[in-house]
Design a protein around this ligand. Structure first.
Ligand code: FAD
Length: 106
């Protein structure tokens, strides 16, 4: 069976790293493609209760695909919504670049 904990950890690694490498100045086509990716992801993520809540969250939090910083904050907010739901500490999104692009100092 799918281990939703491991799957989640690896998936967040992928999503945040993807956002941290999204263009600074995406073309209109790229923005559309990221929107499509997010909606496909929300359909196919193989933990149905997780995917269902994520789809609900997206309804009131439209994906921010304008540029790398906006997308990275958006995925950080999405992850914090899940952290909240699971009773985990939230992450201070201003550190997204240190965590997911540059790497921690230590
Ligand atoms: P994770 O939460 O996986 O985080 C990995 C690392 O990301 C952390 O070590 C931290 O350094 C960093 N991080 C933490 N918060 C943020 C943030 N806000 N922004 C950027 N970086 C951050 N599990 C459930 O049990 N129920 C669910 O409904 C559920 N829904 C999910 C929905 C989605 C879309 C995804 C991708 C996962 C979902 N999960 C769900 C899995 C859950 O979020 C965790 O991935 C899982 O519990 C493992 O947690 P973890 O402690 O390894 O850290």
């Amino acid at each position: 069976p799918i281990d939703s904990w491991q799957l989640g950890n690896h998936t967040w690694n992928f999503l945040h790293t993807m956002a941290a490498n999204y263009p600074q100045n995406p073309s209109e086509e790229t923005k559309q493609e990221m929107k499509s990716f997010i909606s496909s992801f929300a359909k196919f993520y193989p933990c149905e209760p997780c995917a269902e809540d994520f789809r609900e969250w997206i309804k009131t939090n439209a994906p921010k695909v304008e540029n790398r910083n906006a997308l990275s904050f958006w995925f950080c907010d999405a992850h914090n919504a899940v952290n909240d739901k699971l009773g985990k500490p939230t992450f201070d999104c201003k550190y997204w670049m240190a965590r997911w692009k540059d790497g921690w100092e230590d």
